[in-house]
Each structure stands twice: as structure tokens, then as C-alpha cells.
Design a protein around this ligand. Structure first.
Ligand code: 0O2
Length: 213
């Protein structure tokens, strides 16, 4: 008897839920989360202001892995997911200011325990949707499981608001080719970039004013 596509998908979904498969990815997330906590304490002290606003860790759901495998035309197998999906472990880092995105990226690059294997700068070059974020794929040592990849998405609060709304109403529905909100969302993304730049200039002026006092 041959397996139907549904059987293959079902088997994949249950494999992706296996504890032994998931635990190293959770461990890799915790590793980065703890590192970010330490970085935040150190740099908030150095900078005299809050460096990292929020971190959100997540393990990609089996359904989301399946959708991505289908979208990317990968063979739907746990082993292929392990090999090709870089974001089974993912952490989103929200900063207040544009320059903090790059400050954090440099700190992570300089960390001897981490290996940055890919960086995608959708802040300098936003996606055609308007999406802005700095993505880094890092290799994290996990006890007994070698190294695991973690995708770190770094963005400002304003970029995050845009991404969360667009993700819910457009991206997740796979409507990102052409849709009625495309123009408005792109305009908003451009406005957000201008506001982020303006907020940075205001912060720098306020810092300079504080030093003069
Ligand atoms: P989800 O549900 O958020 O996890 P690659 O393997 O590097 O070639 P990949 O992983 O598709 O390709 O990389 P890319 O394009 O950098 O996208 C990775 C993630 O960025 C996506 O994960 C989204 O989380 C986010 N993202 C990318 N483009 C957009 C966009 O236009 N809008 C929003 N809101 N988010 C975006 P997933 O797995 O696609 O989805």
C-alpha cells in the first residue's frame, strides 16, 4: 500500500512534536534568551537607558514547519526540516532605537560562543511587502545535541507593530503577492522608518543636552 500525501503530512506533524526532537531547540532558545538577559543588564547600565525592550522566544509549530516545507518545495521529512529550516528555534528582540539593532548585532557577532552563519538586513533593504527587521541565524552549542540554529529577529517597537499586524492579516494568509492593503502598508512601513530615524535624532539631542547640564 502506498502512502498518500495526507499520510506523509500526518507522519511529519507527529515527528515534529516528538520531545526528543524539540528539546534541543528549546535548549538553544533558552541559551540565547539567557545571553540576551545578560547583554541587556550590561548595556542598559553602560548606555544609561533601557537597551532591549522585550524578547519573545518561540518554537515553530509543526503546522508552520509543514507550510514552510510545502512553500519551499522541500521533501516533507523531519530530517529535511532539521537540515533546511533555520527558524525552528526563533527569538524576536525588540529595541527602542534603530542604532540599538546594529549595536546588538555587533555584540552577538563578537560573541565567541556563537557562530553567526547568516545575516539578512531587511532594515537597510526592506522586503517588497515593507517588512523591516534584522535577521541573524546563529549556531548555538547544545549539550549532547551538537549545534542548533536559532533565528534572531531584531527590530524596533514600531517595526514590530507593523510586522505583527501584517503577519496576522496578510503574511500568514499567504496573500502577500497583491492585495488591497499593499499600498497603505508600504506607506506605513516608510513612515515608521522615518519616525524611527527621528526618534534616534531626538534621543541623541537629549543625551547631548543631559551631558551639558
Ligand atoms: P513565521 O510564521 O513568522 O515563522 P531562507 O530559508 O532564509 O531563504 P526564510 O526563512 O523564508 O528563507 O527567510 P526570511 O524571508 O528572512 O523570513 C523569515 C521570517 O521573517 C518569516 O518566517 C517571518 O517570520 C518573517 N518575515 C519575512 N517576511 C515577512 C513579511 O513580509 N511580513 C512579516 N510580517 N514577516 C515576514 P516564516 O517561517 O515565513 O513565518
Amino acid at each position: 500500500m502506498t502512502n498518500t500525501i495526507d499520510d506523509v503530512y500526518q507522519e511529519f506533524l507527529s515527528q515534529m512534536e516528538e520531545e526528543a526532537f524539540l528539546e534541543p531547540y528549546r535548549e538553544a532558545c533558552r541559551y540565547i534568551e539567557q545571553k540576551l538577559e545578560k547583554i541587556n543588564i550590561e548595556y542598559s547600565e553602560k548606555l544609561g537607558r533601557n537597551f532591549i525592550g522585550q524578547t519573545i522566544c518561540r518554537i515553530k509549530t509543526p503546522e508552520s514547519c509543514l507550510n514552510k516545507m510545502i512553500k519551499k518545495k522541500y521533501i516533507v521529512k523531519q530530517q529535511t526540516a532539521q537540515e533546511y529550516l533555520s527558524d525552528i528555534s526563533g527569538i524576536r528582540v525588540i529595541c527602542n532605537f534603530l542604532d540599538d539593532i546594529y549595536r546588538l548585532a555587533e555584540i552577538l557577532k563578537a560573541d565567541e560562543k556563537l557562530e553567526v552563519i547568516k545575516t539578512k538586513d531587511y532594515v537597510k533593504k526592506p522586503k517588497s511587502s515593507g517588512y523591516q527587521s534584522l535577521h541573524m541565524i546563529v549556531l548555538v552549542p547544545v549539550d549532547g545535541a551538537g549545534k542548533k540554529r536559532v533565528e534572531i529577529q531584531i527590530r524596533t517597537q514600531a517595526m514590530n507593530l507593523w510586522a505583527v499586524v501584517e503577519h496576522h492579516f496578510v503574511y500568514k494568509k499567504g496573500d502577500y503577492e497583491k492585495h488591497e492593503f499593499e499600498k497603505d502598508l508600504k506607506e506605513c512601513a516608510r513612515a515608521i522608518y522615518k519616525i524611527d530615524k527621528k526618534m534616534l535624532v531626538i534621543r541623541e539631542k537629549m543625551e547631548a543636552a543631559c551631558k551639558e547640564m
